[in-house]
Design a protein around this ligand. Structure first.
Ligand code: KG4
Ligand code: ZN
Length: 350
């Protein structure tokens, strides 16, 4: 079965073609990073317009890469939740229109479930039986969460963020350090030349929910550390780049260490509690090499997505769409975009 996947939930327009859930025949992405850089974050209206502009040329490109024509596609999958309303609508409406015109099934896919699936998709030597039950870790721009996966399509949420998502925290700290959006990769780069023990930063802990994540206080610690350096320079230049590079590198490295320590301790706790056979990691922050190296020290089989599948992509949408179709059949053409979906609504169903 060959599935065409469309992803437009945020600032990447992506179209992919995947056979039997894992074999990627085409994976085309058009990033909007340059468009949003000047604003320090994604501008929803601009994102939707750019998706409309890029979608059909990308579809054409994907078909050419896969050496297929539209009639050879068996079903069309698209992200329907979560994401920016206008951006989601461009993808889901295009997918439904294609499905209707071609008389093929339409499959609405949950973006965060697809991030988790991308890790299993990237390890074709692993069978599903070998890896389940698993612990799932989503670390993206919009989510930080841990869940128990007893079988594909069932996700029991164990822990989630109470404030900022991990990628969001990386991006906000990056702005404080003088970088542009998205800042995660730049913090990773700068951390390499910094002393990660220089500042005793620590992620937050809620007394009521000790296993949930809280990063907003950590952001404030970074801000105070920056102010503590040279308030006069900061105030006169309004430019964090005026702070010596070594100081900014030490702050970046200490921030990254604090985030990793927090992630590791919570992940270890739930590995023990759930007796999971493997750890599935998904989301843009999983591209971070320091994080990968630290997690490799855990005593569990860890499945990482290929770098190209760490960030938003359509291969994971087409891949998970295949399993969803096999388990639950097509989605209704009445399914519409849902910008925020409650964690309780997770799971493969139509
Ligand atoms: O999963 P994703 O592509 O989009 C969402 O669904 O949110 O994640 C994007 C996030 C951004 O916050 C970006 O800064 C972060 O992933 N990111 C990283 C790295 N690469 C991307 N964070 C830390 N280190 C990286 N190497
Ligand atoms: Zn994403």
């Amino acid at each position: 079965m060959i599935i065409l996947g469309i992803e437009t939930s945020c600032d990447e327009t992506a179209v992919a073609i995947v056979q039997k859930g894992r074999q990627i025949l085409a994976n085309c992405i058009c990033s909007q990073m340059d468009l949003h850089k000047a604003y320090g974050g994604v501008v929803p209206e601009l994102a939707s317009r750019r998706h409309i502009h890029c979608l059909f040329p990308l579809l054409q490109q994907a078909l050419t890469d896969a050496d297929l024509d539209l009639q050879q596609i068996d079903a069309i999958a698209a992200t329907y939740t979560p994401g920016l309303m206008g951006a989601l609508l461009t993808g889901i409406c295009s997918a439904k229109s294609l499905a209707f015109a071609l008389d093929k099934p339409f499959i609405g896919v949950h973006h965060i479930e697809a991030h988790l699936y991308s890790s299993w998709m990237s390890n074709p030597q692993r069978s599903i039986e070998e890896t389940l039950p698993a612990l799932g870790l989503v670390i993206s721009g919009g989510h930080t969460l841990l869940c128990h996966i007893p079988k594909l399509g069932v996700y029991n949420i164990l822990s989630h963020t109470l404030d900022d998502a991990i990628g969001e925290a990386f991006d906000k700290v990056a702005v404080m350090l003088g970088f542009t959006y998205p800042g995660g990769p730049q913090i990773e780069q700068l951390s390499k030349q910094g002393d990660c023990q220089k500042y005793r930063f620590k992620a937050g802990m809620s007394k009521k929910h000790p296993w949930h994540f809280s990063l907003s206080g950590l952001k404030t610690q970074v801000l105070y550390a920056l102010w503590g350096q040279d308030m006069a320079t900061l105030e006169s230049t309004k430019n964090p780049l005026a702070i010596p590079i070594q100081v900014r590198a030490d702050i970046a490295a200490s921030f990254q260490r604090a985030v990793l320590e927090d992630l590791i301790s919570k992940t270890e706790h739930f590995i023990e509690q759930t007796q999971a056979k493997s750890l599935w990691v998904g989301g843009g922050v999983s591209a971070n090499e320091a994080l990968r190296a630290r997690f490799e020290q855990l005593n569990i089989l860890t499945l990482w997505p290929f770098k190209a599948l760490s960030v938003d992509n359509a291969a994971m949408i087409a891949g998970l769409g295949y399993h969803q179709y096999k388990q639950c059949g097509p989605s209704s053409l009445y399914l519409t975009a849902i910008p925020r979906s409650p964690l309780s609504s997770w799971g493969l169903s139509n």
